[in-house]
Design a protein around this ligand. Structure first.
Ligand code: ADP
Ligand code: 5GP
Length: 264
């Protein structure tokens, strides 16, 4: 049964239940046995409350979980930062990492920069939704980070590699998953070199890893080829807006509107 079928079934039950109650009353007044009808009434009431619970919880508005992945150097950080500037209600999920901060990066804003021992302690305490080792450093998303936003019905943006994204998809099936691709591998190499934060051998490692990561694109919801920053940011923002306005996310509002209807 999809959402529409469930609504229709609810409406039918709302018509049937008072009718059966009336029938029971009439039959009882005539001294007849109403055992079967009473049983059926109970079942219908139970079904109605079950459906109502389902409709309300499925449609309950909650923060949007937007996960963005890309091979390193594609431009993911650049695009995510632009999106965050444009969308005030979107909060960035700050990962933990053991890598050293790059020029301009700030602890507690770009990452929580921690030591390997601190990271290991967090793994042991089960604090991470997922974690991965990338290029000799550890990266992880904490449960606390996601819960903080979703519990407050706030939207959250996660920048994680495909392995992390897959692990998040298993736990947060309603999330939206976007994969950003470079226009070509040659351009990816140029962007990695141009960023100037990695040595030549590290760039080679990142390029080889990119070829493996690109295969993961098959299970993502959306793909953006990062040609120009402006067009890619537009696409990312459009995806966010479209996802925000999905009917299934707005059921509570729609329900309120329907409940308050009046006929003129
Ligand atoms: P990632 O977070 O995916 O590793 P970055 O956002 O750090 O990648 O971008 C890598 C480099 O590419 C940066 O120097 C950035 O300024 C540049 N860059 C990002 N997007 C584009 C684009 N569309 N065109 C040209 N350069 C870009
Ligand atoms: P960078 O060192 O370039 O910031 O990140 C390297 C890679 O680690 C990127 O692909 C980035 O998306 C990924 N990454 C960042 N945070 C996390 C995280 O919390 N979990 C996982 N699995 N990957 C992350």
């Amino acid at each position: 049964m999809d959402g529409n079928d469930e609504q229709e079934r609810c409406r039918r039950l709302l018509r049937e239940i008072p009718r059966i109650s009336c029938d029971i009353k009439v039959l009882q007044d005539h001294g007849r046995n109403t055992f079967e009808l009473e049983k059926s009434l109970e079942e219908k009431i139970e079904e109605l409350s079950e459906l109502t619970r389902k409709i309300h919880s499925v449609g309950k508005e909650q923060g949007l979980l937007l996960v963005v992945s890309a091979p390193s150097g594609t431009g993911k950080t650049t695009l995510c930062k632009q999106l965050l500037k444009m969308v005030r209600d979107l909060r960035f999920s700050i990962s933990h990492t053991t890598r050293a901060p790059r020029r301009g990066e700030k602890n507690g804003r770009d990452y929580h920069f921690i030591t390997k021992q601190e990271f290991k302690d967090k793994i042991d305490r089960g604090e991470f939704v997922e974690w991965a080792e990338n290029y000799g450093n550890f990266y992880g998303t904490s449960f606390q980070e996601i819960r903080y936003s979703l519990d407050k019905d706030m939207d959250i943006l996660l920048d994680v590699d495909p392995r992390g994204a897959r692990a998040i998809k298993e736990k947060y099936t309603n999330g939206t998953f976007v994969f950003i691709l470079p226009p070509s591998i040659d351009i990816l190499r140029k962007r990695l070199t141009g960023r100037g934060s990695e040595k030549d051998d590290m760039i080679k490692i990142r390029l080889n890893k990119a070829m493996d990561e690109i295969k993961e694109v098959v299970w993502y919801d959306y793909v953006i080829f990062n040609e120009t920053i402006q067009s890619s940011v537009d696409m990312l923002r459009s995806i966010y807006i479209a996802e925000r306005n999905k009917r299934t996310r707005l059921m509570e509002k729609i329900q309120n509107l329907m409940n308050n209807r009046r006929y003129y």
